[in-house]
Design a protein around this ligand. Structure first.
Ligand SMILES: Cc1ncc(COP(=O)(O)O)c(C=O)c1O
Length: 392
């Protein structure tokens, strides 16, 4: 029988994390592998109330088909928040509500990428973006991350040798590394994007989860032609599946058509419930509560790493978000470490799949948002023992 699966699927990687989660989901495993927010932070009661109010007051509209662009008051809310937090002017009309920011990535790929187009991505970079953009058969190039963000010298080199169409990056508390672009990196990146005529997909689901230092404006503040993605998954709840994309008008037009073709519109009941929740509750206070939890868990993880891991190991010190990144001595392969660690019932994600062009075999991602402080201490201690044994 002829292969019925379209060629475009040939190079799409299976989600490595989903594979790992099959092994690590068992209750007795301490898992730093997933990328889940802490369920204790979900505003369950408040959402229940919002749900009741929406159905009682606007039930028919909430259950009817709705506009592709999304619920206008929610788009106004997002626009207002960009202005309030960053003095960034983005009109509600330039915001398209999507089924999580993951759908925004799919739509952006659909609208912008022809087969063989060169797409630049951070190394390490977000696996979900590698997967979503792979569907459109680009040629990936990787630019490495430094402590203060993307390596601009590397960026320059790659862009001067290749016709890069698109750069995808996560400037705040990056998934997977926890690294944040400094103000100067943002500014200079904007100049380089302009110089080389590269479109930027700026993905920012973690920006509001800053627990150290001052908020930095999105690269979009410096590079007006950029595309900016956001999400309610990490500040309210991922199950609502609500995110957004904002883009220059010529691109937005195609995004709306692609969205219409994909699913007509994002769940309108969900959009109205979220909006009601945002109107009836103090979102800033809620985010402060989440930050307190994550900061503590991150501190506990770093302290435990410094206590239980050998000195030859390096780790990032995130200023927010949900992840940190560990670099092991070169001779230690993190997949082998994973295989040994899982026997001790502790899990993480090996780093190699986060590099679209290979590398990173001695790195790993640790999630700190979804384990209790006690579990974090215990899991890191177990991991430390395994690492020390393998290094002997
Ligand atoms: C960098 C990044 N972008 C996008 C997403 C997708 O988020 P959602 O579709 O829930 O908005 C995630 C989820 O973990 C992420 O880490």
């Amino acid at each position: 029988m002829k292969n019925i699966i379209a060629e475009r699927m040939d190079k799409v990687p299976e989600s490595f994390i989903r594979e790992i989660l099959k092994v690590t989901d068992a209750a007795h495993v301490i898992s730093f592998a997933g990328g889940l927010p802490s369920p204790d932070t979900f505003p369950v009661r408040e959402i229940a109330k919002a749900c009741e109010t929406v159905l009682a007051t606007d039930g028919q509209k909430a259950l009817q088909y709705a506009s592709t662009e999304g619920y206008f008051p929610l788009r106004q809310y997002i626009s207002g928040r960009y202005m309030e937090k960053h003095g960034l002017k983005i009109k509600p009309e330039d915001i398209l509500i999507t089924t999580g920011s993951q759908q925004a990535l799919d739509l952006a790929g659909k609208v912008l990428i022809n087969p063989k187009d060169k797409v630049l991505i951070e190394g390490p970079g977000y696996l979900g973006a590698i997967q979503a953009l792979s569907v459109f058969s680009p040629v990936f190039k990787t630019v490495l991350m430094k402590d203060d963000g993307v390596d601009l010298e590397g960026f320059k080199k790659i862009c001067s040798k290749n016709a890069i169409k698109l750069f995808y990056g996560v400037p705040n508390f990056q998934n997977p590394s926890g690294i944040t672009y400094s103000g100067s990196v943002r500014n200079n990146l904007a100049l380089l994007l302009e110089k080389y005529g590269v479109q930027f997909i700026e993905d920012d689901p973690y920006g509001e989860l800053r627990f150290i230092g001052e908020a930095l404006s999105p690269v979009k503040s410096y590079y007006k032609n950029g595309i900016l993605l956001g999400s309610f998954s990490k500040v309210v709840a991922p199950g609502l599946r609500l995110g957004w994309i904002t883009a220059p008008q010529n691109i937005m037009k195609s995004l709306v058509i692609a969205k219409q073709a994909a699913d007509l519109h994002t769940n309108s009941l969900s959009q109205r419930i979220l909006y009601r929740y945002l109107m009836d509750n103090n979102e800033d206070k809620h985010i402060q509560d989440i930050i307190k939890v994550y900061k503590y868990q991150c501190d506990v993880m770093i302290k435990a790493i410094e206590e239980y891991f050998p000195d030859s190991i390096r780790h990032t010190s995130p200023e927010g978000g949900m992840f940190l990144w560990v670099t092991l001595p070169k001779k230690l392969n993190s997949r082998d470490l994973f295989n040994n660690a899982i026997k001790q019932n502790v899990a993480f994600v090996p780093g190699a799949p986060f590099y679209a062009n290979g590398g990173g075999e001695n790195t790993m991602r640790l999630n700190f948002s979804n384990s209790s402080p006690d579990k974090i201490k215990e899991g890191i201690a177990r991991l430390g023992k395994v690492i020390k044994k393998m290094l002997k």
